[in-house]
Design a protein around this ligand. Structure first.
Ligand code: ADP
Ligand code: MG
Length: 140
């Protein structure tokens, strides 16, 4: 067990339906701590940069348009094994396959508008956290 940080995003479908509080409750009930948080609206260029790993995928352009369709909330979560732990409570990418009790099972609208993002590795967590936050904004 190691103390880790991971990047979370409450996506536009979540902010549009006023679900920030409900999702944050699930995060906090899992034992993860929200140690940085900000609401912002990405530009197309920023969305393309953030999702650059998916550049070749058929849904890339649609995904970037969706991510700029409304405000998002970027967060840093801290806890034991935070990267894997958050992926667990988020649930599968496609809400149809997400386990009971997960955020995506409960709130996601579709495979695209699936309410939350979570880093998929410790290395990517560090890169994604630095994309949104300076060290000054992360208060443990
Ligand atoms: P995850 O967010 O679970 O790590 P991916 O990294 O594979 O999933 O995909 C990034 C995001 O792209 C997903 O969260 C979802 O919003 C969108 N996405 C993934 N697969 C599809 C798809 N087949 N069609 C449309 N959007 C998709
Ligand atoms: Mg991913």
């Amino acid at each position: 067990m190691t103390l880790q940080q991971t990047l979370s995003i409450l996506k536009p479908d979540a902010t549009r339906r006023n679900l920030n509080g409900k999702i944050n409750t699930k995060i906090e009930e899992s034992g993860l701590k929200i140690i940085a948080q900000k609401r912002l609206r990405l530009t197309k260029e920023q969305a393309q940069k953030f999702y650059a790993v998916h550049e070749e995928r058929s849904f890339f352009n649609e995904l970037c348009d969706y991510m700029i369709s409304g405000p998002i909330v970027a967060q840093v979560l801290e806890g034991e094994d935070a990267v894997a732990r958050y992926r667990e409570i988020m649930g599968a990418t496609n809400p149809a396959n997400a386990a009971e009790g997960t955020i995506r099972k409960e709130f996601a609208e579709s495979i695209e508008a699936n309410s939350v993002h979570g880093s998929d590795s410790i290395e990517n967590a560090a890169i994604e956290i630095a994309f949104f936050f300076s060290q000054l904004e992360i208060v443990v």
